[in-house]
Design a protein. Structure first.
Length: 279
């Protein structure tokens, strides 16, 4: 694994890793809310993808990237982060792969820069609009872990013990079937590396991105678990309806993380999608 530091929007230092073939077609992975680049370990280390240049970052506020006090509501900063990675690593027409919250980040980038520098986009269990919508209410995986005024542990609790209780419930809701105990603890540790103030600031955004989706002209793949309790599958269908050239790939037995729960199928689909067309 090769490590980089990239100055993103406002000078925020971003931690970026890469694996695979340095000369291969690039794929840039963007993780979800309160996660990190390690979420993509089943892709970064996958034999089926080693002919590609595989890049993953810790988004601002996450992992080993800087955690500024503010700016999480500024679309221009998120767009600048992605643009900075593309420029600093000289990524030639990469495929952007965004899980969950990274759907917003991809929309931020496309709104600011268009899709002309991209080969394609993959939305994975992703959302592009925030708040309750007519097409998909919040998944039931959020039940009992959001602030409710009672003082019960929630995903924004500043205390380590309280936050761990709520975040563990969130991580369990991400999967259709339980993961093994050590994996659960590893994923919980990744989740808790994002400060509570950042977790809360990320969901303070109010976004509507159908106009961005409708303007996308590069190929789009939408991978979504039909048993997703975090981002309802209706969201995937809505995104697909906005993008005429999109391909919708549903995973009947997967929850919010099809790239983890059905890694062989996901990696094969990603490899086929990301391979440059032959002249």
């Amino acid at each position: 694994m090769r490590h980089h530091r990239v100055a993103g929007g406002g000078g925020t230092q971003l931690h970026v890793v890469e694996s695979g073939d340095p000369a291969g077609p690039p794929i840039l992975f963007l993780h979800g809310w309160s996660q990190a680049h390690a979420s993509w370990q089943r892709q970064l280390n996958a034999a089926a993808l080693q002919s590609f240049r595989l890049i993953a970052c810790d988004l601002r506020g996450h992992g080993d990237s800087d955690k500024p006090l503010d700016g999480y509501g500024e679309s221009a900063l998120w767009a600048a982060d992605v643009a900075a990675i593309l420029s600093a690593l000289a990524l030639d027409r990469p495929v952007l792969v965004g899980w969950s919250y990274a759907g917003y980040v991809i929309a931020d980038y496309v709104r600011a820069h268009g899709d002309g520098a991209l080969r394609g986009i993959v939305f994975v269990g992703a959302a592009t609009d925030t708040g309750r919508t007519s097409y998909a209410p919040p998944g039931d995986g959020w039940a009992g872990i959001l602030p409710d005024g009672t003082g019960n542990p929630n995903i924004y609790s500043p205390g380590a013990e309280e936050a761990a209780l709520a975040m563990r419930q969130f991580m369990r809701a991400c999967f259709a079937a339980p993961v093994d105990h050590l994996t659960e603890l590893e994923l919980l540790g990744i989740a808790l590396s994002t400060p509570p103030r950042v977790r809360e600031a990320l969901f303070a955004r109010r976004l509507a991105n159908d106009d961005v989706l409708q303007a996308i002209r590069v190929p789009v793949l939408i991978a979504h678990g039909e048993r997703d309790r975090i981002v309802d599958v209706a969201t995937a269908r809505h995104i697909a309806a906005q993008i005429p050239q999109a391909t919708l790939s549903l995973y009947p037995q997967a929850g919010h993380a099809p790239f983890w729960e059905a890694q062989e199928r996901f990696n094969a689909e990603l490899a086929a999608f990301a391979q440059p067309a032959r002249a």
